[in-house]
Design a protein around this ligand. Structure first.
Ligand SMILES: C[S@@+](CC[C@H](N)C(=O)[O-])C[C@H]1O[C@@H](n2cnc3c(N)ncnc32)[C@H](O)[C@@H]1O
Length: 316
């Protein structure tokens, strides 16, 4: 029987499967299996593009009637509540039965329900012989508002990747301080700020910096954006995120790439790098090692693959 505090459910498509697993390895130190995992790590579903729900387990039982008894024993009083059934892998309970079970839960809670505008949502689910009841916290999708940022750029990173990079860099620890070394118009900065992470941005291009600052102030986010070559930054951070320039819209040579990686490595012990080319030798040459990696292909464009590399300073 699972004794963890939280059940997480996930959503992703084939092109994002590896990225979701990489994110999960760094937040939960676990793999997502059958689009779910049990954990004691608490993270807001909205801070990841892949986490759909978090069930904060209140009680559980192998026997369904026992579970309902335990829910009653909790003496929950809540006005405007809603109960939802989460169908997890292997649960064959049919729709009518699920509805009837939700009614049982509803009758075990004091107060009037509100299906359309609930003040609180409870969840019921079944997994591998155990019934779980708890508080259901869903992805609010508030971060979708970032798609309406005033300034965008065709070279910008996708929002799902941006969120994952932040989570991989912090390992789910909100106290970690980050720098986005090549911030462009600030896609990654917006997602970090949304998740309450302290992050600075840096870009050598004045226009990118201006647009990143305007995007941040549009959402009232507090990040600082340095208009600078990353080599001239002299603060220290827990991790640096590098969405490297690639030869698609702007020219970048191997020397430019090595320069950015080397300069960023002066600021931190952890680099999370997005690159379209193999950077293994560069990482070796600066005294770092590759701790983890994954590939992400653009939806519908399998020939355009980016790789994400998690690199740690080698312990000598
Ligand atoms: C692929 S783009 C980053 C896009 C960004 N993630 C976004 O979503 O808008 C790479 C950026 O690196 C910046 N850049 C190139 N060399 C740099 C350097 N030495 N220091 C800082 N930024 C640099 C470029 O100006 C460009 O904006």
């Amino acid at each position: 029987m699972q004794a963890n505090q939280y059940v997480y459910t996930f959503t992703y498509d084939d092109s994002e499967f590896e990225l979701c697993q990489l994110e999960s390895r760094h937040i939960f130190k676990k793999k997502v299996k059958h689009k779910l995992l049990f954990s004691d790590v608490k993270i807001e579903p909205s801070s990841s593009a892949f986490i759909k729900n978090r069930l904060d387990i209140i009680t559980y039982a192998t026997d369904y009637s026992e579970l309902i008894g335990k829910v009653k024993e909790e003496n929950i009083h809540s006005e405007g509540f809603k109960a939802e059934y989460l169908v997890l892998d292997g649960d064959t309970t049919n729709y009518a039965d699920r509805l009837s079970k939700l009614k049982d839960v509803g009758w075990s809670i004091e107060g009037d329900p509100d299906y359309y505008n609930p003040s609180i949502t409870y969840g019921l689910c079944y997994y591998k012989g155990v019934w779980y009841f708890g508080l259901l916290i869903k992805d609010t999708f508030d971060w979708y508002k970032h798609s309406k940022k005033p300034y965008s750029f065709s070279n910008s990173i996708g929002v799902n990747i941006a969120k994952a990079l932040v989570n991989i860099a912090t390992g789910g620890d909100e106290e970690k301080r980050l720098i986005d070394a090549c911030c462009g118009v600030g896609t990654i900065l917006l997602e970090a700020c949304f998740a309450g992470i302290e992050i600075d941005g840096c870009d050598i291009n004045w226009k990118a910096c201006r647009d990143a600052r305007k995007n941040l102030s549009h959402f009232d986010y507090p990040s600082t954006v340095f208009r600078s070559d990353i080599k001239d930054i002299n603060k220290q951070y827990d991790a640096a995120i590098l969405d490297l320039p690639y030869n698609l819209y702007s020219r970048s040579s191997d020397e430019d790439v090595l320069h950015i990686i080397k300069s960023s490595a002066e600021l931190t012990n952890r680099l999370v790098i997005v690159s379209t080319s193999d950077i293994t030798d560069f990482i070796e040459s600066i005294g770092f090692e590759i701790a983890d990696s994954c590939s992400v292909s653009k939806k519908g464009k399998n020939n355009f693959a980016r790789k994400i590399w998690v690199c740690d300073k080698r312990l000598t």
